[in-house]
Design a protein around this ligand. Structure first.
Ligand code: IPE
Ligand code: IPE
Ligand code: MG
Length: 260
């Protein structure tokens, strides 16, 4: 094993040992950002960065499943990303089809269920088919739910939620005074997922870019400088350690939290 890889593995093991597995975030969400800049820094085309981002997806998924995080959500393509140059969008869609096809076996082996949120009907047919097939084939897996946010916009998700609730009110199935945050949650794309407790964004950008706006109300945010293709287990474990060292107060005082 090369020396740098050996050091990385040792650091990852050390960090892993510091994690209290009884206090894991139940849902981690990641904004996988920086593929383009990673490629550019090596004088390569942006698509080269996307291709190299796949390995980091694998690392993050396996590390989460291994340690016992039950839900992982990855922001892979936003509604706004449709506005990128046509060639980049096509390359991303092709990469998605190829990766889903290739990774189903690993998902099965690792007992991971694949799930997707977003305006999936906007995806090309071949992409939608590959995704549906992988979701169907992994639907009985129980170790972890891996959700891909594809063609995803949180504002569109919230708008869709409002439309479906309005429809129920119109049909007298629901009284406006009975609408609660729980009812809102039940009408989001993520109705079957707990809210993320930890949100990670790579690439040094410190913004949310229209991702899970409702769901991250009380998530701990962790911004990492590295570009996504360089993200490794070590970074995931470090983020979980940081999460566990934070005091989550949910509006209460520190004294209240400590006396609990
Ligand atoms: C994230 O990397 C991948 C997608 C948004 C599809 P970017 O492609 O945004 O890379 P940068 O941020 O331009 O470096
Ligand atoms: C957010 O990254 C979307 C994904 C990671 C899929 P962007 O690169 O699209 O976000 P902005 O444009 O920098 O905010
Ligand atoms: Mg970006």
């Amino acid at each position: 094993m090369p020396a740098t890889l050996l050091t990385e593995t040792l650091v990852a093991d050390m960090l892993k040992e510091q994690i209290d597995v009884t206090k894991l975030p139940q849902h981690i969400a990641i904004i996988m950002d920086g593929n383009g800049r990673w490629a550019k820094s090596q004088g390569k085309h942006r698509v080269f960065g996307h291709k190299n981002g796949v390995q980091a997806v694998r690392e993050a998924s396996e590390a989460c499943a291994e340690i016992g995080v039950p839900y992982l959500t990855l922001y892979a393509f936003s509604t706004e990303n449709w506005n990128r140059p046509k060639t980049e969008v096509s390359a991303l869609m092709e990469l998605l089809i190829l990766t889903i096809g290739r990774e189903v076996k690993t998902l099965q082996k690792n007992n991971i269920r694949l799930n997707a949120i977003g305006q999936l009907d906007l995806l090309p047919d071949s992409c939608k088919k590959a995704l549906d097939k992988a979701i169907r084939e992994t639907s009985a897996n129980t170790r972890m739910t891996l959700t891909l946010a594809l063609s995803y916009s949180s504002r569109v998700e919230i708008t869709d939620m409002v439309k479906s609730i309005a429809e129920k009110v119109k049909n007298n199935e629901l009284n406006p005074s009975d609408i609660t945050p729980e009812i809102v949650h039940n009408h989001l794309y993520t109705h079957d997922l707990p809210d993320p407790e930890l949100l990670i964004r790579t690439s040094g950008e410190t913004r949310i870019s229209n991702f899970l706006l409702w769901q991250i109300a009380y998530a701990e945010l962790c911004f990492i400088e590295k570009y996504w293709p360089d993200f490794s287990r070590e970074d995931l474990y470090a983020a979980i350690c940081e999460f566990q060292n934070r005091e989550r107060r949910f509006g209460m005082t520190s004294e209240q939290i400590l006396s609990e």
